[in-house]
Each structure stands twice: as C-alpha cells, then as structure tokens.
Design a protein around this ligand. Structure first.
Ligand code: NAD
Length: 584
C-alpha cells in the first residue's frame, strides 16, 4: 500500500468548518468522510488504511488515496467518480441529480468468491477489503455501532428477562472498532460485561474512550468483580487480556455460567482478524507473516474450541447468540472440510459429540428481524462543520419530531451522557419507513432528513449534515449467516436485493452509492449496499432526501413482505408501499 501519504498526515482527520476545498458540498462531504474514516481517533490502524473489522480499508493504497482526494477536489457538479475496490478508476459526465461517487468493493464472481482468491488478488494490489462502512466512507468509530448493540441487548433483555440486563452477566470477546461498543451497550442496559481481548492496546483505547470501565489482571479477578456488581445490580464492565476461547473454557471449568454469551472478535477473517490461542499478539503476527497456512489452521482450531465452549455454556443455561462475525460459518466450513475427509459430517443431535456450530442462533433472526420488516435500521449522520453543537441541535430535532418514541428519547439522553464523539461529531438512531397520514405520507427517515435540511437552510446548523447508515439495514444486505439468516421463504442467499437497493438509491439521487462483498462475515458470505445524502439546505437536497429516505427503508419493507413476513405486509398496507404482485 506504500508509505502513509503526506496529505493524510496533514489532515489527521476530516477538515472541518464552512470553507470548502471542492467545487460543491457533495464532493466536499465525500472528501471529509473519507478523511474521517482515516482519522487516527476513528480508525483502528489508519497508517495501514485499515478502518475497522479486521482489514476493512478506506482506500486501496496511499497512492489511490491521494488520487481520490485530487479527483474529488476537481470533480464537477455534473460528474461522477468511480471507485473500484478503493482505487479511483474513472470519471464520467453525468448530471446534477446523479451520485457524485459510485463505489464497488471486494466483489468477485460467484465461483471465485472466496478468501483464497481474494487474498491472491489483494497481495497483488488488485482488490481491497471494503468491510461495510470502511470502504464506503461511512464509518464513524465505535459510536456507529453502539445503538445497534444497545438495541439488540435491550431486545434480548425484554425477550429473556422481561426487562433490562440488571444483575445479568454477559461474556464476550473482542474490543476492537465495533466490538468495543459491547461493554458500554451492556452497561447502558444496566448489565455486567466481561470481555476477553488479546490486544492490550485495544483494551487501553476502550478505557480511554469510556466504552469500558476496568481491566482485570486475571480472569478470577474479573469474575469476582463481575459477580459482585451483578449481585448489587450495578452496571459494570471489565476486560481480561486473554484469548476468548481460553476464557470461555476457563469459565466452564470453574462452573461459572454467564447469563449471556456472545462474541465479536473478527472471526470472519481467519488470517488477519482472529487470533489463535497459545500466542501473544506479537507472536501470532510473526506466525502470520512466516507461515500463513499454519496460522489459518490454528486460528480455525481455536474457533472450533470457541464454538464448543459457547455451546457447552448454552447447554448449562447461558443465552447464546452469534454477533454477526460468521464464527459459526467458519467452524462449520472448517469441520465440513475435515469431516468430509473422515466421512463424519454432517453431524446432528444433542449429544455434545454431535453438536453443530449452528446450534446457537444469530442475532438477526433472534432480535432484529421484526424491526427490519418495518424498514427500521441504523441511520447515522455526521456534522461536516465538526461542531458538536450541530449534532446537539439534531438531537433536539429528532426528539421534537417523534415525541411518542420514548425509547428514542432515552437513547438520545444516554448517547449525550455516555457516548464520546470520535472524529466528526455524529449520531446514530434507528428509524424506519412508517409513514403517517398526517405527515404527508413521508417516512420517518425522510421527515427527519427534511427537518435537518431546513435547520441547515435556516443557519441553525452551521454547515451541511451528511446522512448515511450501516450496510446492516433492512433492505440492503444478503447475508445468510447474518442479516438474512433463516428467512421465512428460504431466500437467505438471494443477492438481488442489495443490488436493487443500490440501483434504486442511484435512481433516487443519493450522493454516494456503494455495493460490497464480504462485510462483517467475510468474502463470499454477503453482498451489501450503502448510500449517503448531503443535506446542505438546498431544494435539491430536500428532493434527494425525500426520495432516498423513501426508497431505502422501503426496500426493507418490500424485501420482507416478499418473503412473507406479516409485519412487513402490515407495514406495506399501513404506509401505502406498493408490493405489485400482492396489490393486484
Ligand atoms: P476489529 O478487528 O477492529 O476488532 C476485533 C478484536 O478482536 C480485535 O481487537 C482483536 O484483537 C480481537 N480478537 C481477535 N481474535 C481474538 C481472540 N481469539 N480472542 C480475543 N480477542 C480476539 O473488528 P470489529 O470492527 O470490532 O468487528 C469485530 C467483528 O464483529 C467482525 O467480524 C465484524 O465483521 C463483526 N461485526 C458485527 C457487527 C454487527 O452488527 N453484529 C457490527 C460490526 C462488526
């Protein structure tokens, strides 16, 4: 990837303020969001262009980064820049309402769509892992995932305990870019979190940013502190520097059964994401360098032990769920390969010997799908001014606009109190399609975006706000081990939906549109799309917002209605969403 660019060193994050370097705010927003992704406060390893999620990058090389910046500065209001796996490859005359930037990352043709082929091309500098929001320039640090993690755990509390997580202990792994949100999301739900993390720097970073309360010197110390906090009903989080597979096995050996067990290490990538047991981080990094085949073998063996430990704790009463890192899929594939040789796969049944990796559920079917049916998903916005006051004004606007949503108001209060900004001040909340008659048929997301656009036009917000979202959204992903696991009609692997989502959002005039392969579950396991809309207070921005924030959540409603979900059909009926075959 070359040496870090001088431009990046000079920026050290997104430029802020109301003066712009580009021809218009749409291009400027792309430039600021790309630099925000690579802000040392935001990205995990910005000097390697790595933003989060294993090796999720924002640009393919430093040369590609410099060229993207130069292109954006020069890009006209009637032109579109094409970025292919982090490299700018073309620029065409289009028109004002078209996207300014189109991005495709990590996509391979089906038969070649695997890590092996990807890594070969990556080593030759021909492709880049875009993760989800890394390569689409929509990452906003750990704050981006915090509400999703909070909502998931809140739903778990409601389903399993009829309440929040007070007095409950959650055991998990990973304190990286996204996984680092787990301890704070647990404590926001009043629970106790014990997190295993192999990398001491990641633990320090979560302590510094108040996502984590304490680190323990040993597992026994962590267990004692966690049990005391749970007994007292106090929110508490603690990290232990160890491999998560070792931690869960040790809990089992000590007859310590957490109430909830999950994981968010980068298991989707067995070579560059997950750490095998038995090595320090430095030793493992050296092994990866010298003997990648052996690293992969050991990494997958640790994942097997990891899954077995989760299943064991589940058998002993813990609520277990996979948190979207393809841990189960990795183990299934690994065992599949081995056991095909020994003629043992597939196995099934309740005998511990016969357990299968997928004997514990993923978080989407367990806790998120009902929200997706209504087009609800994580919607995020960043203040291009860099001024936190702008985000506080949007906080007021969202609570004023939806006074009936008590949990939204609670979320905004908690976020203001407990979530530190990283890079550009930003906020996340989950809004959906729902279009009330008395709101002129506008969706929730469109109402909010239009209100922000008005505040920018009135000067109550000092510079444009860019609205984007996670790729994990209602109608933008095909991912059989995550967002589309166990779909009612068996269409888990049908990938037409994210492609339609991207095409439709281009048609609706989003300012950046992207389509990626891989994301949180690894190459070949998912296709997903994203978009940005820049709210600069203009009539053009209002027109784009009205369209995109209808089409985008609308895809969630029609995708789930098509699969036969009653909630989605009900939402389509209530909100007047056209579902042609049904409407006939
Ligand atoms: P990251 O690479 O920044 O962090 C992962 C962390 O796990 C690192 O700090 C690493 O040191 C640690 N780790 C790796 N192997 C370990 C092991 N065996 N034991 C203990 N610690 C270990 O990645 P991230 O952004 O935090 O994402 C983590 C995973 O979660 C990814 O697979 C990602 O795709 C997935 N993810 C899921 C969601 C979701 O919505 N459910 C959202 C974001 C990310």
């Amino acid at each position: 990837i070359g040496e870090p660019s001088n431009e990046w060193r000079e920026y050290q994050g997104a430029p802020t303020g109301t003066e712009i370097e580009c021809e218009g705010w749409r291009q400027e927003a792309a430039l600021r969001m790309l630099n925000n992704n690579l802000d040392p406060e935001v990205a995990e390893k910005p000097e390697d262009l790595v933003v989060y999620g294993g090796t999720g990058r924002a640009a393919r090389s430093w040369d590609a980064y410099d060229t993207i910046l130069a292109e954006l500065r020069d890009l006209g209001d009637e032109e579109t820049l094409l970025v292919q796996s982090g490299k700018p490859v073309g620029r065409f005359p289009t028109h004002e309402r078209a996207p300014r930037v189109l991005i495709a990352n990590s996509n391979l043709v089906g038969k070649w769509d695997d890590w092996e082929h990807f890594h070969e091309l990556e080593a030759e500098g021909k492709i880049m892992y875009g993760q989800m929001t890394a390569g689409s320039w929509a990452y906003i640090g750990t704050q981006g995932i915090i509400q999703g993690t909070y909502e998931t755990l809140a739903e778990l509390g409601r389903q399993e305990y009829d309440d929040d997580l007070e007095g409950k202990i959650v055991a998990t792994g990973g304190l990286g870019g996204m996984s680092g949100a787990q301890p704070l999301a647990v404590t926001m739900n009043r629970g106790v979190c014990i997190a295993a993390e192999v990398d001491t720097h990641r633990i320090e970073r979560r302590l510094e940013t108040d996502y984590l309360m304490e680190r323990a010197e040993s597992l026994d110390e962590a267990l004692a502190a966690a049990e005391a906090a749970a007994e007292a009903g106090e929110p508490y989080s603690v990290a232990v520097e160890m491999n998560v597979a070792d931690m869960l096995e040790a809990m089992d050996d000590r007859d310590f059964v957490p109430d909830v067990v999950t994981d968010q290490t980068s298991a989707h990538d067995e070579l560059e994401g997950y750490y095998p047991s038995g090595y320090t981080v430095d030793e493992a990094d050296e092994l990866r360098e010298k003997n990648p085949e052996r690293y992969v073998e050991e990494s997958l063996d640790t994942m097997e032990r990891h899954v077995d430990a989760i299943l064991e704790l589940q058998d002993r009463g813990a609520v277990a769920f996979e948190y979207g890192n393809n841990l189960r899929g990795q183990v299934e594939d690994h065992r599949g390969r081995e056991d095909v040789d020994s003629g043992m796969w597939p196995l099934s049944g309740s005998d511990p010997e016969d357990r299968q990796a997928f004997d514990f559920p993923g978080f989407v079917p367990a806790y998120i799908r009902p929200m997706f049916c209504r087009g609800r998903g994580p919607f995020r916005w960043a203040a291009l001014s860099g001024d936190p006051a702008d985000i506080h004004r949007t906080d007021e606007a969202v609570t004023e606009l939806f006074p009936e949503k008590e949990s939204l108001a609670r979320w905004i209060d908690l976020a203001q109190e407990q979530v530190s900004f990283q890079g550009l001040p930003s906020r996340v909340c989950w809004l959906g399609y729902h279009a009330e008659d008395d709101a002129d048929g506008l969706t929730e997301r469109a109402r909010f975006a239009l209100r922000i656009n008005e505040l920018v036009a009135d000067g109550e917000i000092s510079a444009p706000i860019v609205v984007t979202r996670d790729h994990l959204d209602a109608g933008s992903v095909a991912s059989p081990h995550r967002e589309t696991e166990a779909m009612k009609d068996g269409t888990d692997a049908v990938a037409d939906w994210p492609i339609l989502n991207a095409l439709l959002n281009c048609a609706a005039g989003a300012d950046i549109v992207s389509v990626h392969d891989g994301g949180g579950v690894g190459i070949g396991n998912a296709l997903h799309a994203n978009n940005h809309v820049v709210l600069d207070g203009s009539e053009l921005a209002a027109e784009k917002a009205r369209r995109v924030f209808t089409t985008d959540p609308g895809m969630g409603v029609i995708r789930h209605a098509d699969a036969g979900y009653e909630d989605a059909i009900d939402e389509a009926d209530q909100s007047d969403v056209a579902v042609p075959i049904r409407d006939r």
